[in-house]
Every structure is written in structure tokens, then in C-alpha cells.
Unconditional design. Structure first.
Length: 230
């Protein structure tokens, strides 16, 4: 256990910081994905063929492309796009986008594609009488969505959102290719320095399992909270 001690002789403090980074990226990506889902879910449910096409294209493309490829596209393509825009204004130096921002945004878009499908299914599962009652009461669309539809949607969506969270949490291991030091990257560095890859990769697996276990405990409490009265 000396390898996991804190200080100069062990890797405990580095792995703790890496774990905090993994949690930060996961939460940020989940929030970004949630925002994308709020935008694209209405498009997928829209009666407009054009808006429906936009929503379907987003979920089909993102879910059909490997997650690692999406991260590469945003990490390398994002820098190229920013440099191109900067060159228009006369700035021709190399610009590198922050790895945390790139990784969180890329994983957030992936998370958003799955969350969109979860929200779509949840809304379609709500009794049609709820929509009709809102119209009869004359509720405005924002009030109708946030006061009537969204609470019921979350109750139905939380079980499937737990799966999206687990996917998002595990996908953070892929952003190690951008140089961001999270659990997987730090385990790789520690394994290379100590020449003990089995120990550090096994410990990384334990950390991911621990995060998943604690997450599921929290999600189960949320599920119970939103299911009160049913």
C-alpha cells in the first residue's frame, strides 16, 4: 500500500486529484448533455419535418460514431476551427483549446444524444390527458412544460438517466488522449513510473466501481423522491 501513500513516496494524492477531475468532467458533461437534450428533444417531437430531421440527425450521428472519434474531432478540429476564425482577424499563432473544456463538451454532446432519446421516450409515456388538461386550463407553454410536463418527465426518465450517467462517467477515461489528467491518465503515468501496471490499472477499476456505486445510491434516492405519490 506504500504506492498509494500521500506525499513524495506514493501516488495517493495524485490519484485523489485525478478522481476529483473525473467527477468534475462527468458532472460538467452531464449538465451540457442535459442542456442539449432540452434543445433537441422538442425537435424530435416536433410535427415539422425539418425540425424533426435536425433532431434525428443529431442523435443518429452522435450515437453512430465512436465516442473516441467524437473526442478527437473536437480536440483537433476545435483548435483548427478557432485558429481559422482567429486568422480572419489577423491572429495566426497556434491556439490550443483547454483539454477540460474540450473533453467536457465532447462527452457532453455524446451524453446529450442519449439523454435526448431518454427524454423523448419519457414525454411520450406521459398520459395525453395531462397535455389536454393544460390546454383547457389555458397554461402558457413555458408554465405547461416546467410545471406539468418536466416533473413527470424526470420521474420517468431518472432510471434511464442513471445509465446515461454511467456511460458518461466511463467515457471520461477516453479523454486521457487529450492529456487531461483524470483517473485513467494518472494510472497510466503511475504505471509507467513504477512499472507496476497491474496494480494501478486494478486500482483504477476499483475507483470507477466505487464512483458508480455511490452514484447509484444517490440516483436511487432521487428516483424515490420523484416517485412520491405513485
Amino acid at each position: 500500500m506504500e504506492l498509494l501513500s500521500f506525499g513524495k513516496t506514493g501516488w495517493g494524492d495524485e490519484l485523489l486529484i485525478a478522481t476529483m477531475m473525473t467527477i468534475a468532467v462527468s458532472i460538467t458533461a452531464m449538465i451540457i448533455g442535459f442542456l442539449f437534450a432540452l434543445i433537441f428533444t422538442p425537435l424530435k417531437l416536433s410535427k415539422s419535418k425539418f425540425l424533426n430531421l435536425i433532431g434525428n440527425s443529431y442523435t443518429t450521428i452522435i450515437r453512430g460514431v465512436p465516442e473516441l472519434l467524437v473526442i478527437y474531432l473536437f480536440f483537433f478540429g476545435g483548435s483548427g476551427a478557432v485558429m481559422y476564425v482567429a486568422s480572419i482577424f489577423g491572429y495566426n499563432e497556434y491556439i490550443e483549446i483547454n483539454a477540460f473544456i474540450t473533453g467536457s463538451f465532447a462527452i457532453g454532446i455524446i451524453s446529450g444524444a442519449y439523454s435526448t432519446e431518454v427524454f423523448r421516450g419519457a414525454i411520450q409515456s406521459i398520459d395525453k390527458g395531462q397535455f389536454e388538461a393544460s390546454k383547457v386550463l389555458g397554461l402558457k407553454k413555458p408554465v405547461h412544460f416546467f410545471k406539468v410536463i418536466m416533473p413527470q418527465m424526470l420521474r420517468l426518465a431518472i432510471p434511464n438517466l442513471s445509465n446515461v450517467w454511467q456511460i458518461t462517467l466511463k467515457d471520461t477515461s477516453l479523454i486521457s488522449v487529450t492529456g487531461l489528467v483524470e483517473i485513467m491518465r494518472q494510472s497510466y503515468i503511475a504505471a509507467g513510473s513504477t512499472r507496476d501496471p497491474l496494480f494501478f490499472y486494478s486500482f483504477a477499476a476499483v475507483l470507477y466501481l466505487l464512483l458508480t456505486f455511490l452514484s447509484m445510491k444517490l440516483i436511487n434516492k432521487l428516483e424515490i423522491r420523484y416517485s412520491r405519490g405513485y
